[in-house]
Design a protein around this ligand. Structure first.
Ligand code: GAL
Length: 630
């Protein structure tokens, strides 16, 4: 498949007289796609029902004239002032009850029926006008950005009660499911139930989980109403641009309604405020980004998009929003771009074409400086464009290892982590990193996956509730299945089941009790350590790793392996390497910062280090990419 480049462009930020030259230069730089429109509601509909299409018609026409294809964003992340004046209660409300007002973006609550209708209306108007003209769509912009998923508004309260009624049908059923007898919290009717806003002590976890699930459903419904409005007038593919490490709604469920999943990749910003790396790692990779964080999301969004995915926004230089905003090491923009292609991205599009001299993001770089001169990012994008001209196709290769990622498990962990530093994302990411250190291609799989054909190893770290159908499918799959810690430990309502979990076919092991660990008290194991969290296992399954008292920590019976602890890197290697050998997967022992990705006919090597690396007869310069035939 051909791989292409693009950029994000805001014609409304520049005089119309500049558009021709911009489009010409984009094309000359080797870009094929341009995303526009996603924040332009105020210019499209400055007053209710009074549409100003002329400027947008012209902008689209100019881009087309230069052979560029257009992704049109629906502008619902930035409702203009008049929309808010019309629906003053559409504003989001924080858990502390503070209303977040007009003056930036994402100032809406997903539950607000009136705003959802406005969003459908503007989407439909755009789809009617451009449905047969543009080449792709983007709904809204970054659901969840700026912590905007959960809102505790009156609309949310009304919607939540109605949703609960549908889910539980009787108040007794809800009281039982939530265990409301505990602390005298039984309700008499659905209208008694509030939102899980801060309480004196811990709010009932089932109440919190239900609210997370309700809110996730609102994101899905909001997105679906836009998708339906677009599809009525357009055959062009529809995408949404997701984010890095935003887990508070079910991205797989949103993805079901899209044709393409895209995501916004800001490796340096992420390293500073989202990866969870320690200070030494942040220093080591400050100008390169975490060597696995981007790849993880590439693999995640490939699954969310059911095979079709792009990077819609690629960091081109320093960003403006992280605690520190260094410039990428020369070569990194090229490396990030190639890494996305090696993981299957159809398009990598840079954010943004030109740095904007005004507004909230005036400190955010672009491919061009504010004066229109080329910035470092443009030079590297041009290099990739040239390389693509020489060899545009990258053919995917099916992975033999899969990790299941479950947003609902993430919610359960977030609500009751049981120890500082414990997060579901962190556990899954540690597991992913272990596989990447071995140079393996990894697929991320959704929790509804039931076909494991072609996988030699499937891992389900931390999947706190495992539906029976999933367990059966895994059991029949023939793959080695690595579960735990905290897997199959709760029922769908987060209750502890009896008999205790895990209840996995053919594996005689039970977790008798669990403990979280101080960071300065890891537990030494036969190899490596248990960190953060440890479970005590009963049963006859064979021990693969033990603690210093010879108690089993990782056990195995036939194809099932259960990890009864959060394992550090050494312990993970000790468990996973022999499994790879058993299934004859070719593994490496990659030095820090060196990563490998295999495609059908080629292998790619990526050096995330700020120094050259020599490995297996290759030499990669700092920030270097090696692409070669297998
Ligand atoms: C993204 C967002 C863009 C821009 C960018 C800056 O999260 O979608 O609109 O704000 O960050 O890095």
């Amino acid at each position: 498949m051909q791989r292409e480049l693009g950029c994000c462009y805001y014609p409304e930020h520049w005089p119309a007289s500049q558009w021709q030259d911009d489009a010409r230069r984009m094309r000359a730089a080797g870009l094929s796609w341009v995303r526009i429109g996603e924040f332009a509601w105020g210019r499209i509909e400055p007053e209710p029902g009074c549409f100003q299409w002329q400027w947008l018609d012209q902008a689209v026409a100019v881009l087309h004239e230069h052979g560029l294809r257009v992704v049109l964003g629906t502008p619902t992340a930035t409702p203009p002032k008049w929309v808010v004046d019309r629906h003053p209660d559409m504003l989001p409300v924080t858990a502390q009850g503070r209303v977040l007002g007009f003056g930036s973006r994402r100032h809406y609550c997903f539950s607000h029926v009136g705003f959802r209708e406005e969003s459908r209306r503007i989407t439909e108007a755009m789809a009617q006008r451009y449905g047969r003209i543009v080449q792709a769509w983007q709904t809204d912009n970054e659901y969840g950005c700026h912590d905007s998923t959960l809102s505790y508004s009156d609309s949310a309260l009304r919607g939540f009660r109605a949703w609960l009624q549908e889910q539980y049908s009787s108040i007794d059923a809800l009281n039982t499911a939530w265990g409301n007898v505990f602390w005298s919290m039984e309700y008499q009717e659905f209208n008694d139930i509030g939102l899980p806003m801060p309480t004196v002590a811990d709010t009932n976890p089932m109440h919190q989980l239900a609210f997370r699930r309700y809110t996730s459903d609102q994101v899905v419904a909001f997105n679906r109403s836009q998708v339906d409005a677009i599809r009525a007038h357009s055959d062009a593919p529809i995408s949404h641009n997701f984010m890095g490490r935003i887990t508070d709604f079910d991205h797989f469920a949103v993805g079901q309604d899209l044709d393409i999943a895209t995501w916004d990749s800001y490796p340096l910003g992420f390293l500073e405020d989202r990866v969870g790396a320690d200070a030494a790692q942040q220093r080591q990779f400050a100008r390169q980004g975490d060597p696995d964080f981007q790849a993880f999301h590439h693999d995640l969004y490939r699954a969310v998009g059911r095979g079709r995915w792009w990077v819609m926004e690629q960091q081109p230089g320093p960003v403006n929003w992280a605690p520190y905003n260094p410039a990428p090491l020369p070569g990194m923009v090229r490396l990030w771009t190639w890494e996305a292609f090696a993981h299957g991205a159809e398009v990598v599009s840079y954010f943004r074409w030109r740095q904007c001299p005004f507004g909230a993001e005036l400190m955010h770089s672009g491919l061009l400086r504010p004066d229109g001169e080329a910035a470092q990012g443009l030079l590297e994008a041009q290099t990739v464009a040239q390389e693509l001209r020489d060899a545009p196709a990258v053919q995917p290769l099916a992975a033999q290892v899969g990790i299941v990622f479950d947003y609902d498990a993430d919610a359960a962990w977030a609500i009751q982590p049981h120890g500082q530093g414990m997060s579901y994302f962190g556990l899954v990411f540690d597991t992913y990193k272990a596989l990447r250190r071995m140079g393996l291609n990894v697929d991320i799989l959704g929790p509804n996956q039931r076909d494991f054909n072609g996988y030699e190893i499937v891992l389900l770290p931390g999947m706190i509730h495992m539906p029976e159908a999933l367990k059966t499918a895994l059991d029949l799959s023939g793959a080695l299945v690595v579960v735990g810690p905290r897997a199959d430990a709760r029922d769908a309502q987060l209750r502890i089941p009896t008999p205790l979990g895990p209840q996995l076919p053919g594996l005689d092991t039970t977790v008798s009790y669990v403990e979280s660990l101080r960071p300065d008290l890891p537990i030494p194991l036969t190899t490596g350590h248990a960190v953060h969290y440890r479970e005590h296992l009963d049963g006859s399954a064979e021990a693969l790793l033990q603690d210093h008292c010879a108690s089993a920590v990782v056990v195995r019976e036939q194809q099932w392996v259960y990890c009864g602890a959060w394992l550090d890197a050494a312990a993970l290697d000790a468990v996973l390497r022999p499994l790879c050998d058993e299934r004859q997967l070719r593994v490496y022992d990659l030095p820090p910062g060196l990563r490998r990705r295999e495609t059908l006919g080629e292998e790619f090597w990526f050096n995330y280090n700020d120094h050259a690396v020599h490995y297996a007869s290759h030499t990669l310069p700092a920030a270097g990419v090696l692409r070669r035939d297998k």
